[in-house]
Design a protein around this ligand. Structure first.
Ligand code: NAP
Length: 476
């Protein structure tokens, strides 16, 4: 279907032509989708001014009215799910079914935070000494800069926009340069849902690093919410120190998928296919290291390899596609290099590993049997590659799972709940899935430990990333 795309900047409630432009490509075909506007310094400053000017009034709106705007945005998004999914598939390369799943997941953040907007808790207590009352309330932080990655162009935007708007913050959204069109569609939805001028602003800076840095050094900006790579997260965390900017970071992952010897292997393979192949493996939550008990490794490897081999790789919008393209040839080439280095270091290639010919940024489903010192285990692969390593005791499995600087999510398969909880508790991760291939849920706190980030998105915690806690001591 023909899509009507927004391609301009959105500042102070107006669609504005940018000082420059940026081509957005379809990675499945290598063709141009659209040129979008990019912002110069003055336009970035204008977005900060708009968000700053709109903040006092927005912060004072009733929680109920903010809630109803978000609820309306949820309804519009669900009604337009097919169009948005088509757009995601075009600019990101993922399959239509993955993209549609993302749209519904993304819309749920608007619904969840519509519900949270009216439930921000406070506290009123007697001081233990009896000399006063302790009143605790929460106030919106202020202008928030939201920066999102390309792998979930809708959900990573709504997971920030939902809580920010529910809390009463105004925002400047900056999407990844590969996938800005989906974010622009969402900004348009918010405008149609009734968000007042200046509350949501969208920019694509001409020079990302320098212009984001300038905004982070503008004292009118009070909060940064970033989702992306650990490498960029580290840079931003350092930058945020200068003005002691409130910062939350959702960064990379290198998820272990642990199969204990008492696991139901068919269920584990089903879960592995979801944990590995959602989004073609381009997910921070993607299972990246399959850590499998020696006694069941042959069966698990054979069944996983067969399931991977059965996948149909094709343009994400074509009939029956199960594995789409990577977001760009550059990203695809990174995957190919990691696999080549892994094979050179002794990995046994069970499936895939060969870059197909053609203009699309495709990489095939790939399975590798590796030793525990193989370099691929140290990297977030971000593609359809499943390295399998074996272990002989639960302690060894836990040590292998924890042998990474990341700590976003882990998966554990076992039919013994007590044992799997013991392993889950010993793994250093912000989230653990037991006998499931996916646990992301707008109603649950999403986030990592170690170098996977700071803070949580979603759940009851999500809105607090956009609220300050204020204590008022009252003489009685
Ligand atoms: P990325 O390269 O870090 O980019 C993410 C965003 O940061 C983009 O909007 C990018 O803009 C911007 N950016 C890049 N350099 C910057 C700088 N110096 N200053 C300010 N902003 C900068 O990540 P990606 O390749 O888009 O996404 C993949 C990564 O995101 C993976 O590591 C994945 O694990 C992680 N991720 C984490 C989560 C989570 O919830 N933990 C969820 C999804 C993805 P430009 O495009 O303009 O460069």
């Amino acid at each position: 279907m023909q899509l009507e795309l927004k391609t301009d900047l959105f500042i102070a409630g107006q669609w504005v032509k940018g000082a420059g432009s940026l081509p957005v490509m379809n990675p499945s075909t290598g063709q141009l989708i659209a040129d979008i506007s990019t912002a110069d310094q003055e336009q970035c400053d204008a977005a900060v001014t708009a968000a700053h000017d709109a903040f006092p009034a927005w912060a004072k709106t009733s929680p109920r009215s903010r809630s109803e705007i978000l609820r309306k945005a949820f309804e519009i998004m669900v009604a337009e799910a097919d169009q948005i999914a088509q757009l995601i598939s075009m600019e990101n390369g993922k399959t239509f079914s993955d993209a549609r799943g993302e749209v519904i997941y993304a819309a749920e953040f608007f619904r969840w935070f519509a519900e949270e907007a009216v439930r921000t808790p406070g506290d009123f207590r007697h001081a233990p000494s009896g000399d006063k009352r302790i009143l605790v309330t929460h106030q919106p932080i202020g202008v928030s800069l939201l920066i999102t990655p390309w792998n979930f162009p809708a959900a990573m935007a709504t997971r920030k926009l939902g809580p920010a708007l529910a809390a009463g913050c105004t925002v400047i959204l900056k999407a990844a340069s590969e996938t800005p069109l989906t974010a622009l569609w969402i900004v348009d939805i918010l405008q149609r849902a009734g968000v007042p001028a200046g509350v949501v602003n969208f920019i694509m800076p001409e020079k990302t690093g320098a212009m984001v840095s300038r905004m982070m050094h503008d004292p009118r900006v009070r909060n940064l919410s970033f989702t992306g790579s650990t490498e960029v997260g580290r840079i931003l965390l350092k930058e945020s120190a200068d003005l002691v900017l409130r910062t939350s970071l959702e960064l990379g992952g290198n998820a272990p998928f642990v199969v204990l010897e008492d696991a139901d292997i068919d269920e584990a393979v089903k879960g592995a296919m979801i944990a590995k192949m959602r989004n073609g493996g381009a997910a921070c939550t993607a299972a990246n290291r399959f850590i499998v008990a020696e006694s069941v490794a042959a069966e698990f490897t054979a069944k996983l390899t067969q399931s991977m081999a059965d996948l149909k790789m094709a343009d994400g919008l074509s009939e029956g596609a199960q594995l789409g393209a990577s977001v760009s040839r550059k990203e695809r080439d990174k995957i190919a290099e990691l696999v080549s280095a892994s094979v050179a270091a002794g990995a046994e290639l069970k499936l895939g590993g060969v870059v197909p010919e053609g203009d699309g940024a495709f990489y095939p489903a790939t399975v590798l049997a590796v030793k525990s010192d193989n370099p691929i285990l140290d990297h977030e692969v971000f593609g359809p590659v499943a390295p399998i390593v074996t272990f002989s005791s639960d302690e060894e499995a836990i040590a292998l799972a924890n042998a990474t600087e990341y700590g976003l999510i882990a998966y554990v398969y076992s039919q013994d709940l007590k044992r799997s909880i013991r392993v889950a508790e010993a793994i250093e991760a912000g989230m653990v899935a037991i006998n499931r291939g996916v646990i992301s849920d707008p109603a649950a706190p999403f986030g990592g430990v170690k170098q996977s980030g700071l803070g949580r998105e979603g759940g009851f915690a999500g809105i607090h990333e956009f609220l300050e806690t204020k204590y008022i001591g009252v003489e009685i």
